[in-house]
Design a protein around this ligand. Structure first.
Ligand code: ATP
Ligand code: LTN
Length: 328
């Protein structure tokens, strides 16, 4: 069975974008792949986090993974920092990475832009290498992510190739898997910008744990256009197209089916149907989330996972150390 690996960093409360662009894929793909899905808590440290809040978000993501349908029998769910080997391999890979290639990462450019004079952590610069380590340490075949992470998976491939050429065949080359639709869910107030959990205002962002009532208000006031036709046209109608993607993703419908369904609808009516779909989804997810939190089963799941991932990672890091010649 081929291996899948992916992670989400706890830098804010998870959004509908994280669900549609990432978690939904993990759940679907666990049927076909031996899956490893983790909370990328070390990645959150590229910016300052209040320690108590960080801890809470880690627990929330774990419970959301389970509530969304990740099955611990099929998917090994773990917390990155509980396995010391990721950071260990990352150092070795950093020493085989170049300043030039990391400077070309668009996420680094975006996140460091406009911070004139403000300190930017070295971690923000090197974090794609830690991500490469997360992937390569498991010999992952596929990495499902949103489009924004594709370049980082390509970097992982480049680092693996470079290492293999220098030291002999060691790492598998991972393939990024990007969903065709829902690869990018946009902010409801600014439908040309990604819906992001670290957005400052949160007005155009739907959080997975926010109340259905508040989500409904955000959908009803989503920015659209004035031509009153519900058609998928991301260039000219980004707001409507974004709502259509949200609707079809949650209802498992095709775009054609949705366009036909709303062919005679006014925007108000359409938005209200999208809001119904989102509210139904949130209420169901949150009910399961509460059941999981109350069941107290998360620590046992993590303990089992840790045993498994430690074995895999220890073996890989020992192989790497042996090849590069460190140790006695
Ligand atoms: P931030 O918004 O804080 O920069 P992020 O949500 O992009 O963070 P992660 O939480 O690590 O970063 O992302 C987890 C996964 O969710 C990634 O695969 C990412 O591509 C996907 N994702 C995040 N936001 C969206 C979105 N708006 N639409 C589709 N996929 C998304
Ligand atoms: N960098 C990613 C999160 C992430 C990840 C990974 C995704 C960390 N390690 C390994 C896939 C595979 C992000 O910021 N979204």
């Amino acid at each position: 069975m081929k291996r899948l690996l992916s992670g989400i960093k706890p830098t804010g409360d998870l959004t509908l974008g994280n669900y549609i662009g990432a978690i939904r894929q993990f759940v679907e793909m666990q049927k076909k792949y031996e899956s490893f899905v983790f909370v990328a808590d070390l990645h959150a440290l590229t910016i300052y986090n209040d320690p108590k809040e960080l801890k809470k978000r880690i627990h929330d993501i774990l419970a959301i993974y389970l509530a969304s349908g990740l099955d611990p029998k099929k998917t090994t769910i773990f917390v990155q920092s509980e396995n010391l080997y990721h950071a260990n391999l990352s150092w070795v890979l950093e020493c085989n990475s170049y300043m030039g290639e990391l400077s070309r990462m668009t996420q680094f450019k975006d996140k460091s832009k406009g911070k004139n004079g403000e300190a930017i952590s070295c971690g923000l610069f090197t974090y794609p290498v830690l991500m490469a380590s997360d992937i390569l340490i498991y010999d992952a075949d596929v990495v499902p992510t949103g489009i924004d992470q594709k370049q980082h998976v390509e970097l992982a491939r480049n680092l693996a190739t470079r290492f293999n050429n220098r030291y002999g065949e060691t790492f598998k080359l991972p393939e990024p898997i990007i969903p065709e639709e829902g690869a990018k869910i946009y902010d409801l107030q600014n439908p040309t910008k990604k819906m992001s959990k670290s957005d400052e205002t949160g007005k155009g962002v739907i959080m997975l744990l926010e109340s259905a009532e508040s989500a409904r208000k955000k959908i009803m006031s989503a920015v659209t256009d004035s031509d009153n036709k519900v058609i998928y046209d991301p260039i000219n109608k980004p707001g409507i197209s974004n709502l259509l993607v949200i609707y079809t993703s949650l209802k498992n419908k095709t775009m054609k089916e949705a366009e036909e369904e709303f062919a005679n609808s006014k925007y108000g009516e359409f938005k209200s149907k999208v809001a119904d779909a989102v509210c139904e989804f949130l209420e169901d997810l949150q009910k399961k989330y509460r059941e999981i939190v109350e069941s107290g089963e998360i620590p046992r799941i993590l303990d089992e996972s840790n045993e498994k991932v430690e074995k895999i990672c220890k073996k890989k890091v020992q192989e790497v150390f042996e090849k590069i010649g460190v140790g006695r």
